[in-house]
Design a protein around this ligand. Structure first.
Ligand SMILES: [Zn+2]
Length: 242
């Protein structure tokens, strides 16, 4: 298979709660492996790439230390591996397992950042997620934010137990839907075709390619750890799991 026709089918969007899968290897270059399909989320949108391990048919277990999209051909997803024994080759079958605890923390914090973005009336200019914390940067010249109020309001939204829905809709329909629910989130990216839009029922609506939980209650309690002034216009709000 030529690298230009190669493609990794993404399973993480349609099956965000699945933790393991079988797959065939379609390319191995240096210490990176492409599979025909994958549950491993590749680094993007502030969410880190997944880690986990591969089990080869002879029982060899190989750590997957990160997952990234190919910078030139983004439909290809590379799994970075700790070692590359000869039996890990094109055509080989393997079983792959996510570090689920880490990924689930990412899903919870990612969903929580949708709530934070809905609470604060300012454009989001940056996003970063890890297993124990997450942060958003806001374009907000005035210092109007308060840690205690953010903590209280976020936990109130979480406790409302709102479902998170994944919608697929033509890009042209997004502004009308956004107006209907009164969402003040960012404008959709200028792309052709369908958008993957994440709706936190009654709270937030925005295009997003990340992984999310099914209900806000899964997030658990969080607190606003700090609010920093990173530049004249930039306020950085950091959250942690309580
Ligand atoms: Zn998202």
């Amino acid at each position: 298979m030529s690298v230009h026709t190669m493609e990794t089918l993404s399973l993480f969007n349609s099956e965000p709660y699945r933790r393991a899968f079988g797959a065939r290897v379609i390319a191995v270059v240096d210490q990176a492996v492409v599979l025909e399909h994958t549950l491993f989320y590749p680094t993007g949108g502030g969410q880190p790439g997944d880690t986990g391990y591969f089990s080869l048919v002879d029982g060899t277990r190989i750590a997957v230390t990160g997952t990234v999209r190919d910078p030139l051909l983004p439909s290809i997803i590379w799994h970075q591996v700790q070692e590359c024994p000869p039996q890990l080759c094109t055509g080989a079958l393997l079983n792959a397992s996510l570090d689920w605890q880490r990924r689930y923390q990412h899903m919870k914090m990612h969903t929580c950042l949708h709530l934070l973005g809905a609470l604060i009336d300012a454009p989001v200019t940056g996003c970063s997620i890890s297993a124990d914390k997450g942060r958003l940067d806001f374009d907000l010249p005035e210092m109007t934010l308060d840690k205690e109020r953010i903590t209280r309001d976020l936990n109130a939204l979480i406790e409302r137990a709102c479902p998170i829905n994944v919608l697929t809709l033509p890009a042209a329909e997004y502004p009308a839907l956004q107006e209907k629910i009164g969402s003040k989130s960012s404008r959709p990216p200028a792309i052709q075709g369908d958008l993957r839009v994440i709706e936190v029922a009654g709270i937030d609506l925005q295009p997003c390619g990340g992984t999310h939980v099914l209900n806000t209650r899964e997030i658990g309690r969080v607190y606003c750890e700090k609010i920093e002034k990173k530049s004249q216009h930039n306020r950085r709000v950091t959250l942690r799991f309580a």
